[in-house]
Design a binder for this molecule. Structure first.
Ligand code: UDP
Length: 317
């Protein structure tokens, strides 16, 4: 089967979310038929409103933890369905585990039935609070299974395991992408992650909430770079991954706050709050594999991406 043919039917679970809605837009632009499935737990109808009139687009309000039935052909599936911000996934941790484990099994059973390819949206969280730096795909990680973050981290690790088991046991065509911190338009106002929090606070002239002393680091990629990476991975033949997709440009959270303040010309004060439990101290992807296998590397630098994201939040708050 030619998976590169864009005129295929593609299921995007979590399609009304931040990443999912950008992916649906890119796939529709390529001429694919898109079935967007979302339980609207953190996804928003407003993110996909503009696609609803397209004859290529179908929206299904459903949950992957229920058995998923799709009429007709499905050629490939992007499984993005899971709350991804610590604030959202810790609100209902058992649901987070079930979505990652039972939901993954339901999606893989659907893939088996339809003979479809599945791309699992995994995460840099599988590396936990990493003891190796930067993180290569062959690093097994440092995750505390008892932590409030574990419902997501261990859930995503188990989802990777299930993908590999379906591949070995049933030859299911699977692909695993480990997504590093990503930001951009369509993030929820109440998402709780650092880029959206800082921008919203800076624009409103409110205190900027720094957790810990701000010396922890992250590496942020702009959403458009991630979408290109996801599509390149889905189109790649004979490459299961896992592959890191992220921007290796690493900086402290304190630096991010200063940059956001400068770009928004904000007079907000920075206030220091307790660091969340098991908050990783550093994170940076090694993207050698993505460069080699997918000919992919991020193109949008932090200033350019922040400017677009600031313009988005300024238009919605
Ligand atoms: N963070 C912060 N202030 C906020 C939100 C987050 O200082 O208002 C910190 C958080 O403790 C972490 C980093 O920013 O060290 C990135 O947090 P985020 O929730 O965006 O993503 P993750 O921890 O999953 O990488």
């Amino acid at each position: 089967m030619n998976f590169n043919n864009p005129t295929k039917t593609i299921l995007v679970t979590g399609g009304a979310g931040f990443i999912g809605s950008h992916l649906c837009a890119a796939l529709l632009e390529r001429g694919s038929k898109v079935v967007c499935l979302d339980n609207l737990y953190t996804g928003k109808k407003s993110n996909i409103e503009r696609f609803l009139k397209s004859p290529l687009f179908t929206f299904l309000e459903a949950d992957i933890t229920d058995s998923v039935n799709i009429e007709g052909d499905v050629d490939s599936i992007y499984n993005l369905a899971c709350s991804a911000s610590p604030k959202a996934y810790q609100r209902n941790p058992v649901k987070t585990v079930v979505t990652n484990v039972e939901g993954m099994i339901n999606i893989l059973n659907l893939a088996k039935e339809k003979n479809a390819r599945v791309l699992q949206a995994s995460t840099s969280e599988v590396y936990g609070d990493p003891l190796e730096h930067p993180q290569k795909e062959n690093y097994w990680g440092n995750v505390n299974p008892l932590s409030p973050r574990a419902c997501y981290d261990e859930g995503k690790r188990c989802a990777e395991t299930i993908c590999m088991d379906y591949n070995r046991e049933y030859s299911t065509d699977v692909k695993i992408v480990r997504i590093f911190n990503t930001y951009g338009p369509n993030m929820s106002l109440d998402d709780g992650r650092v880029v959206s929090n800082f921008i919203i606070q800076a624009l409103a002239g409110e205190n900027i909430t720094m957790y810990g002393d701000g010396s922890q680091t992250r590496s942020f990629q702009y959403i458009d770079d991630l979408i290109k990476g996801l599509i390149a991975m889905m189109d790649a033949e004979s490459f299961i991954g896992p592959v890191n997709i992220g921007n290796p440009n690493e900086f402290t959270i304190k630096k991010l706050a200063e940059k956001v303040k400068k770009l928004t010309k904000s007079k907000s004060n920075i206030v220091y709050k307790a660091l969340p439990i098991d908050d990783p101290k550093q994170r940076q992807p090694d993207i050698t594999l993505a460069k080699r296998e997918l000919k992919w590397s991020p193109q949008i630098n932090l200033d350019a991406g922040l400017k677009k994201t600031i313009a988005y939040f300024a238009s919605v708050i």
